[in-house]
Design a protein around this ligand. Structure first.
Ligand code: ADP
Length: 501
């Protein structure tokens, strides 16, 4: 009998031990386009698609079935199963699992009218601990009923951060998956009275207790097999007392199991060359004309006069102190009285900032336009028509708005923190490099000087246009980041074999 040659053996070995696909289930409270409050929705709306585009990955997403999802997608949802669970002393609480295939990806929804389906807003109810405890338990109990066995359960932010602990302590018999927790914003931890822990049915576990309270995020940080956050700089910052929101030591205890991976943005949803939400599509070849036409269209639409030759500064954001509004509050009256620019704001949030911005519009009615609310279309129109985009954040885990602004050629003016450091290179007038403007200290006058510098450079057309071209050429698509996540998943899987991406 003829023996196989060595090269044949290697070939047989290679074909038999084909790389096993990694099955990843993302668990999140938000996901664009189903439900969006902030950047979390953008990330969960695009990362799974990008992961799936890489070879050897099956990726699915599970979310609460909010009213907004029922209103927009209700007729397309299909029921997979329904059953009852216990929530601490509450017995027989209904769980429905609905599903939809959307853009080639399977999405699952946890259906419960009381907790999600009948409520107008997404957050800010008095029973958040119970709602999200319910969601997390319902997800764990649903998994055996879904035709998908995840190798990795990837949870996002505090709303889902107890799941790694549940997988380890309560569902170890049914769920064999490794867990990954991504922290999108350490400021939101899910802190509740310790007594609420009874809902989960895991008693006296020190993992979830922090300074006498139940802390969802802390439980996730300690229990997840891997903890990530959304930029490398933020990953370093939150190990310090200044940025760590009390959890710096807990994070430090994870050593190499805590890493930063920069977010990307969807180059399909945010593409000025193809965006259906803006009036005039444009690329880096015709952005001057494109931006002017969009400015004109915005002007006609909202009835506000934006002269095409004057700089327009945009601000699209949640109106909370994180976003640096105290600096705007401190200096914008003075600046608007002396500097020649226009300011358009879209956002909603804390009363104090809404009132200030509306007051600013009242004091400078010809120069400041403020729209309070959430409006996806108007947001795109502002990115497309503004010349500069202000983002003076006190802290910024990653920030997507500045990446979107770059893509639309609206030059970011940012404070050097977190992901803003990792994405914005300040303009250097000697070397003619950079895609934005930045200042270091959280100080209103520092911000003012940098805005004034940007306004000066704006008048030097050749220099400005080169900055816009560099900004529009920057690549913050998901491809690189998705590869990093996939590599991290593979390292967590037992018997991992090296795979070419
Ligand atoms: P965060 O997640 O802290 O809110 P990011 O910059 O990471 O901030 O992401 C914010 C996302 O939400 C961006 O896509 C931004 O355009 C969008 N956004 C914020 N406020 C509004 C609003 N009022 N209307 C429409 N889109 C908004």
């Amino acid at each position: 009998m003829e023996l196989p040659k060595v090269c044949d053996i290697i070939f047989i070995e290679f074909t038999v031990r084909k790389v096993k696909p990694v099955n990843v289930l993302h668990v999140s409270s938000e996901c664009y386009p189903f439900v969006k409050v902030g950047g979390l929705a953008d990330v969960v709306g695009s990362l799974p698609h990008e992961l799936k585009r890489l070879r050897n990955a099956d990726v699915r997403v599970i979310l609460p079935l909010y009213k907004t999802v029922i209103d927009r997608y209700g007729s397309e949802l299909q029921e997979l199963a329904n059953f009852k669970i216990d929530l601490g002393t509450k017995k027989n609480v209904y769980v429905g699992i609905k599903t939809i295939r959307f853009q080639n990806l399977d999405f699952y929804f946890i259906d419960n009218l009381l907790y999600f389906g009948s409520r107008e807003q997404v957050y800010d109810y008095g029973d958040e601990a119970e709602r999200f405890a319910y969601f997390q338990l319902a997800v764990c109990e649903s998994l055996p009923k879904i035709p998908f066995i995840p190798d990795i359960i990837h949870v996002h932010d505090w709303h889902t951060a107890m799941i790694p602990l549940l997988v380890k302590n309560k569902y170890q018999a049914t769920l064999r998956a490794r867990t990954v927790l991504t922290i999108h914003n350490l400021a939101y931890q899910g802190i509740f009275p310790l007594s609420e822990a009874r809902i989960f049915g895991i008693d006296n576990d020190p993992t979830y207790e922090f300074e006498g309270f139940l802390n969802f995020l802390k439980a996730g940080i300690l229990a997840a097999d891997l903890v990530t956050t959304v930029s490398e700089t933020y990953a370093r910052e939150i190990l310090t007392d200044y940025y760590g929101y009390g959890l710096q030591r807990v994070l430090r205890s994870r050593g190499k199991r805590f890493i930063g991976i920069l977010n990307g943005i969807s180059y399909r949803d945010f593409d000025p060359g193809n965006d259906k939400l803006i009036k005039c599509n444009y690329t880096s070849d015709n952005f001057i004309e494109g931006k002017q036409n969009n400015k004109k269209a915005l002007q006609d639409q909202i009835g506000f006069d934006f002269p095409s030759d004057k700089p327009l500064i945009g601000f699209v954001s949640r109106l909370v102190s994180q976003k640096g509004l105290d600096l705007v509050k401190r200096i914008f009256d003075e600046m608007l009285a002396s500097d020649d620019f226009y300011f358009i704001v879209l956002g909603s949030g804390e009363h104090e900032y809404q009132e200030f911005l509306l007051g600013l519009m009242g004091r400078f009615p010809d120069r400041v336009c403020v729209k309070i609310g959430y409006d996806e279309k108007l947001a795109h129109q502002i990115y497309a028509s503004s010349d500069m985009f202000l983002m003076p954040s006190k802290f910024e885990p990653c920030g997507l708005s500045q990446m979107i602004a770059l893509r639309y050629g609206s030059i970011p003016i940012v404070r050097e923190t977190g992901g803003l450091i990792d994405t914005i290179q300040p303009f250097n007038e000697y070397e003619l490099t950079g895609n934005g403007f930045s200042f270091t200290h959280f100080n209103a006058h520092d911000m003012m000087h940098v805005i004034r510098y940007a306004l000066t450079v704006f008048r030097i057309k050749e220099a400005w246009n080169a900055i816009v071209k560099r900004a529009m050429a920057a690549d913050f698509s998901w491809v690189q980041s998705a590869k990093k996540y996939k590599k991290a998943y593979r390292l967590l899987m037992p018997n991992t074999k090296k795979e070419k991406q």
